[in-house]
Each structure stands twice: as structure tokens, then as C-alpha cells.
Design a protein around this ligand. Sequence first.
Ligand code: PCA
Length: 192
Amino acid sequence: MSILITGFDPFDGANINPSWAAVELVPEEVCGQRVYKMQLPTIFGKAAELLCAEIERVKPAVVMCCGVANGRTGVTPELVAINYRQARIADNIGQCFFGVPIAPGGDAAYMTRLPVNDMVEAIREAGIPAYLSYSAGAYVCNDVYYALLQSEKAFGHRGLFVHVPGTEAVDAPKAAQALAICLEKALQHNIG
Ligand code: PCA
């Protein structure tokens, strides 16, 4: 049983993306399972395509994608991915969608089957701020999350998206610790 985790490259003129900084610090093994890591480009469509190709190659049991949500005050597991694109800013190749579906005619939304409330509780117990989020937005993170959950049937993984806040709210080592806690909960859930 392997694990795949992803973070994003910098976007909107930033020098770093705290999601990738955190992913890089997650141990190479969690609960005895190998952790594969991948950086995704902040590009509508392309990020999801690269992710699905890697899932097909690695065949992980659990896939956890991570992004930054500036302005949030804690680590936020995301419950839902919606079939919608709406961007305030262009992605890293200048694409900007407004009010269009990701998959025309596709399901309106998907929910993760992983135990997000247990994750929030466990992260808080470790002294790191966390809360459940009911919207991953409508930018590239949600785009990837929709593809991640939509492809569960085809590839057999369980997917989750987690937003980390800016480093002023939670620094990279703490964010990495929170991500590792999410993985532990996901694996316990998959085994149990
Ligand atoms: N956050 C953006 C996309 C890449 C990232 O790290 C988002 O929340 O959609």
C-alpha cells in the first residue's frame, strides 16, 4: 500500500508555495508505507492530467493533494470538490475561467470518503490549528480535487485535498506534521 502526496508550484507572483514546502518535509514513510511526492503546476486541466498519470503509474491506496489557502488560520482538510471553475487570477499559463464547469455534464460535486473530522481533531490535539473546510474554492486546487475524486473508481485510491494556510499562521514543519497526521488517519481508515 503506497501513498502519493502532492503540493503546488508558486503562483500569482509568489516565490514559494507553502504547500510544497510542507510536502517536502513529510517523512518518506508513514505507518510503514512508502510516500511518493509530486509537485503539480498551478495550471487548470494540466495539473489534474499529470496527477492522474502519476496515480495510474504508482497505484497508491491513498492520494492526498495539498495547496495553499492564504488568509486561512489553520490547516483545513476539504470535504467537497465542485464541478466549477471561477478564477480571480490567471493560472501559471494565463488561463482564467469564470463560471464554467470542469466536466460539462459531469457530477456536480464529490465528497471525500476519508475521515476528515478525525483528522481535524488529531491535528488540534497536536497543538496545530485546524478546521474542516466545506469549499476548496473554484481555482486550480478545486480542479485537481474534482479529478482526484472523480477518478477514484477508475484507479481504486481514496483521495483527499488539504489546504495549508500561509506560513505566518502555520510554519512548514508544523504544516508537514499536520499532513502526516492526515495520512495516518487515512491509512488507519483504509486498513480498518
Ligand atoms: N492554491 C491554489 C492553487 C495552487 C495553490 O497552492 C488554490 O487554492 O486553488
